[in-house]
Design a protein around this ligand. Structure first.
Ligand code: SGN
Ligand code: CA
Length: 519
C-alpha cells in the first residue's frame, strides 16, 4: 500500500476503506467469554498456577494488548453478568436479576450486538448464552440448551438458529469448531463480530479425556484462606452452601447405577448439594483429609477444563493470523465473573468478595493498544458494551449506564473516570445460600450490606487485608471513612436508579421471573 493511500485510509479513522488484503477498515471483533474463570487461574494475572497450569494463549493476548486488573462484575453470577455485558446496564434496568427461579432476558431491548448488526456488521454467537430468551441481533447463533441452558461438557445439544441439534464430542472443542466454521463461511467484505462463549470452566468441571489425569501424582497448593473460620462474618461468609461439604456426586465424577430414569439420575448426581448429605468417596477419609481430597479433585478438574479453553483460544488466534486478520481484529478474553478456587474454603462465586467480584478482561487490538498495557482503573461489566462500540465508531445510546474506557486503552489517562463501583447480588437461597447484598468498592476499600434475612454490614481495607478476613465495620478508627463510603454508596444507588426498599428487594429475590428453571 503506498503512503498516499495509507493516509487517505487513516483520515476517517474508522471509515470503510479497503486495505491490500481487501479487509474493511472497520475492525472485526472476537469477544471470547468463558464461564467462571477466576483471574487467579490465568498466568497473565497470577502466579499461583503458572508453573503448573499455564495459560499461554490467553497470556499471548495479554502480552500483545491490555490487561485490566480491576475489572469487576456488578452481580457475580452468570445470566445477570451476561445481561449487563450485552446491555451496558445494571440488572434492575435490563431485568435479569438472577438465574434461579426464572431469569428471563427481554430480547426486545437494546444490546451492543444489535447495534453492530444495524451498523453493517455480520454477527454471530456460538456457545453459552444462558439468558432464556432466543438470542437477537445475530445473523447466526448456536447456543447450549441442555441443563437449563447451562450446557453440558459432553455431547451437548445446541440451538442452531432456533433448531435443536445434538452434537458428539467435547463442548469446548465443538464450540470453537462451530465458531471457526462461521468465520470461514461468512461474507468476506463486511466487518464481523463473533461472540465465542465457552461453558468451561463452569461446574461440574469435566475435563476432556486427554486431560483427565493431569497432575495425577501431585498435590496442588491450597489457598491461604482455605481454612477460614469466618470470624466476624458468621452470618454471611460463615453460612453458605459452597464449602467442600457441598461437593456432590456429579462433581466427584462417580458412576451412577444403571437404569435410572432421567429424574432419578439427576437426583442421584445432585446428592451432596443439600446440608448433611455426605458423599464419601472413600470411607477411610475424614475431616481435613476428606476436605483436601475434594479440593484436589475440584481444582485439578477445574484447571484441566481451562487447559482446553486455552488450547482452543490458540486455534482461534492461529486462524486470525493465517487469514491476515490479526491486525484488524479486536480480540477480547473475559469471563462473566470470577470464582473461588478454595479461598475461604469455597467453590462458586456470588459474593462481592474479591475472588468472585473480579473478572478477567484482556484485550488486543494492535492498531490502538500498545503491548503490555496495564489498566488499574475501576471498570465494570456495564462498561464493556460502550467500549466495544466506541472502539469501532458506533453510537452509544444515552441510556447505557456504562462508560467507554477506550481512552485508557489507547494509553491516554482518563481523569474523569469513576473512583468506585456499585454491586448488587439478588439470588437466594438457591443456589449456595448466599445472602443478597449490595455494596461499593473503591481502589482500596469495600463496604457491603447483606440484607435478606440478616442485616449485616461489612467493611474491608483491601490494602491491609487483601484476603478480606477482618470485617472492620465496628473499628473506631474507620468510622468517618465508613460514613463517607455509605454516602457514596447511596449516591451511586441513586445515580443508577436502584432505590428499592429492603422489603421490595426481598420480593425480587422471591419472584419467579418465568424463564429458566432451577439452574
Ligand atoms: C448450577 C450449578 C451451581 C452454580 C449455578 C449457577 N450447579 O446450578 O453450582 O452456582 O449453576 O451458575 S450444578 O450442579 O448444576 O452444576 S451460573 O453459571 O449460572 O452462574
Ligand atoms: Ca458464570
Amino acid at each position: 500500500m503506498n503512503k498516499f493511500f495509507l493516509l487517505l485510509c487513516l483520515i476517517p479513522v474508522f471509515g470503510n476503506c479497503q486495505s491490500d488484503t481487501g479487509q474493511s477498515q472497520k475492525p472485526n471483533i472476537v469477544f471470547i467469554l468463558s464461564d467462571d474463570h477466576a483471574t487467579s487461574a490465568i498466568s497473565a494475572y497470577n502466579d499461583r498456577y503458572k508453573g503448573i497450569a499455564p495459560t499461554p494463549n490467553i497470556d499471548k493476548i495479554a502480552d500483545e494488548g491490555a490487561v485490566l486488573i480491576n475489572a469487576f462484575s456488578t452481580n457475580a453470577i452468570c445470566g445477570p453478568s451476561r445481561a449487563s455485558i450485552v446491555t451496558g446496564k445494571y440488572n434492575h434496568i435490563n431485568g435479569y436479576y438472577k438465574n434461579y427461579q426464572g431469569g428471563y432476558f427481554d430480547g426486545t431491548q437494546w444490546t451492543y450486538p444489535k447495534a453492530l448488526q444495524n451498523s453493517g456488521y455480520q454477527t454471530a454467537l456460538v456457545g453459552k448464552w444462558h439468558l432464556a430468551s432466543e438470542p437477537r441481533g445475530f445473523d447466526y447463533y448456536k447456543y447450549h440448551i441442555d441443563h437449563g441452558e447451562q450446557g453440558v461438557y459432553w455431547n451437548p445439544t445446541y440451538s442452531e438458529n432456533g433448531i435443536p441439534v445434538n452434537e458428539k464430542g467435547y463442548a469446548t472443542n465443538l464450540t470453537t469448531d462451530f465458531a471457526l466454521e462461521w468465520l470461514k463461511n461468512k461474507e468476506s467484505d463486511k466487518p464481523f463480530c463473533l461472540l465465542l462463549q465457552y461453558k468451561a470452566p463452569h461446574r461440574e468441571w469435566a475435563p476432556d479425556k486427554k486431560y483427565e489425569e493431569l497432575w495425577e501424582h501431585e498435590d496442588l497448593p491450597l489457598p491461604d484462606t482455605f481454612y477460614d473460620d469466618y470470624k466476624g462474618r458468621e452470618l454471611t461468609a460463615g453460612d453458605t452452601h459452597m464449602t467442600m461439604d457441598f461437593f456432590n456426586r456429579r462433581d466427584m465424577k462417580l458412576t451412577p447405577p444403571d437404569s435410572l430414569t432421567e429424574k432419578e439420575l439427576r437426583k442421584w448426581l445432585d446428592f451432596g448439594n443439600n446440608p448433611n448429605e455426605v458423599v464419601l468417596p472413600n470411607v477411610s477419609l475424614k475431616g481435613k483429609a476428606l476436605k483436601e481430597w475434594k479440593y484436589q479433585k475440584y481444582i485439578k478438574d477445574y484447571l484441566a477444563t481451562i487447559k482446553s479453553v486455552d488450547d482452543n483460544i490458540g486455534k482461534v488466534l492461529n486462524y486470525l493470523k493465517e487469514n491476515n486478520l490479526e491486525k484488524n481484529t479486536i480480540v477480547i478474553y473475559a469471563s462473566d465473573q470470577g470464582f473461588f478456587l478454595g479461598e475461604h474454603g469455597w467453590f462458586d462465586k456470588r459474593f462481592m468478595y474479591e475472588e468472585s467480584l473480579r473478572m478477567p478482561f484482556i484485550i488486543r487490538y494492535p492498531e490502538k493498544i500498545k503491548p503490555k498495557t496495564v489498566i488499574a482503573d475501576v471498570i465494570s461489566n456495564i462498561d464493556l458494551a460502550p467500549t466495544v462500540l466506541d472502539m469501532v465508531g458506533v453510537d452509544i445510546p444515552k441510556e447505557v449506564q456504562g462508560k467507554s474506557f477506550f481512552k485508557q486503552l489507547s494509553g491516554i489517562p482518563n481523569t474523569e473516570w469513576r473512583q468506585s463501583m456499585y454491586y448488587h447480588y439478588y439470588e437466594y437461597p438457591f443456589w449456595h445460600h448466599v445472602q443478597p447484598h449490595y455494596g461499593i468498592r473503591t481502589d482500596r476499600y469495600k463496604l457491603i450490606h447483606f440484607y435478606y434475612d440478616v442485616d449485616v454490614w461489612e467493611f474491608y481495607d483491601l490494602e491491609n487485608d487483601p484476603n478480606e478476613l477482618n470485617n472492620l465495620i465496628e473499628d473506631k478508627s474507620y468510622q468517618l471513612l465508613i460514613s463517607n463510603l455509605k454516602d457514596e454508596l447511596y449516591s451511586l444507588k441513586k445515580e443508577y436508579g436502584n432505590n428499592l426498599s429492603l422489603d421490595e428487594l426481598r420480593k425480587i429475590s422471591d419472584t419467579n421471573f418465568g424463564g429458566l428453571e432451577s439452574h
